[in-house]
Design a protein around this ligand. Structure first.
Ligand code: NAP
Length: 208
């Protein structure tokens, strides 16, 4: 499957590594062509990857800061009218390490409101930290990737992408659950200090 990733930062790199490991094709769309080209060059040995000016493909990942996500959606609206939009954003003020209060209850709801009618938003990857996701494991175990959305087929597609990349998808329900996923994402950052860890941890549901 061809997946476009908007953004070229930590999460763009980590999510693309998982997608490429799963045999999927990745296109980067950046704020500047040179940034997309540089990340594509860095990862080219891992699979089929290219820079682009335009969003293309059935699945689009918004690997941008929460504050930029609605703008990116509007900017690429023409290409998103039937797309699955993966939203990994966490509405957090990183300088203060405090949550940003969002309208509509969650960043995902704000993104859905900005998206064209036919787009299907799936919250995913917001509870996984970039370093562990890039590695694909913590303490020898694959990561749990919690996801939420209102469209079953879109969630099945995202779940398949996650498992193709060697991780465990867990469907937590409708897009309204993004609110709780964003709270989890925030708390996962917050506990780094008390744990003395360096954003190298993973949230895991242990099963008997
Ligand atoms: N890092 C983590 O461990 C982690 C974990 C879970 C979720 N998240 C979430 O994932 C998202 C990305 O985080 P990150 O760590 O990857 O951030 P980052 O390293 O700061 O990268 C953000 C990227 O977004 C790009 N960008 C901003 N506005 C854009 C636009 N309109 N069009 C295209 N690209 C745009 C930036 O481009 P420029 O370089 O040109 O500014 C940059 O490449 C955030 O919402 C964050 O909350 C992060």
């Amino acid at each position: 499957m061809r997946v476009t990733i908007i953004g070229t930062g930590n999460m763009a790199r980590a999510i693309s590594a998982r997608l490429l490991a799963g045999g999927h094709q990745v296109t980067f769309v950046a704020t500047a062509w040179a940034k997309a080209e540089a990340l594509a060059d860095e990862l080219r040995g891992e699979g089929e990857i290219s820079p682009s000016e335009t969003v293309d493909g059935e699945v689009v990942v918004l690997a941008v800061p929460y504050t930029q996500a609605p703008h990116a959606v509007r900017q690429h609206a023409d290409a998103l009218s039937s797309a699955i939009i993966i939203d990994p954003t966490n509405p957090v003020d990183f300088a203060a390490l405090e949550p940003i209060r969002v309208e509509l209850g969650s960043a995902a709801a704000v993104i859905e409101a900005a998206a064209p009618d036919g787009a299907r938003v799936v919250k995913a990857f917001n509870t996984t930290l970039a370093g562990p996701l890039l590695a694909g494991h913590v303490a020898g175990q694959p990561l749990d990737v919690l996801l939420a959305g209102d469209d079953a087929a879109a969630k099945a597609t995202v779940s398949q992408l996650v498992s193709d990349g060697g991780q465990r998808p867990i469907d937590v329900g409708e897009l309204a659950r993004a609110r709780e996923l964003e709270a989890m994402g925030y708390l996962h950052m917050r506990v780094q200090g008390p744990l003395g860890t360096f954003f190298d941890t993973s949230l895991k549901i242990l099963t008997p």
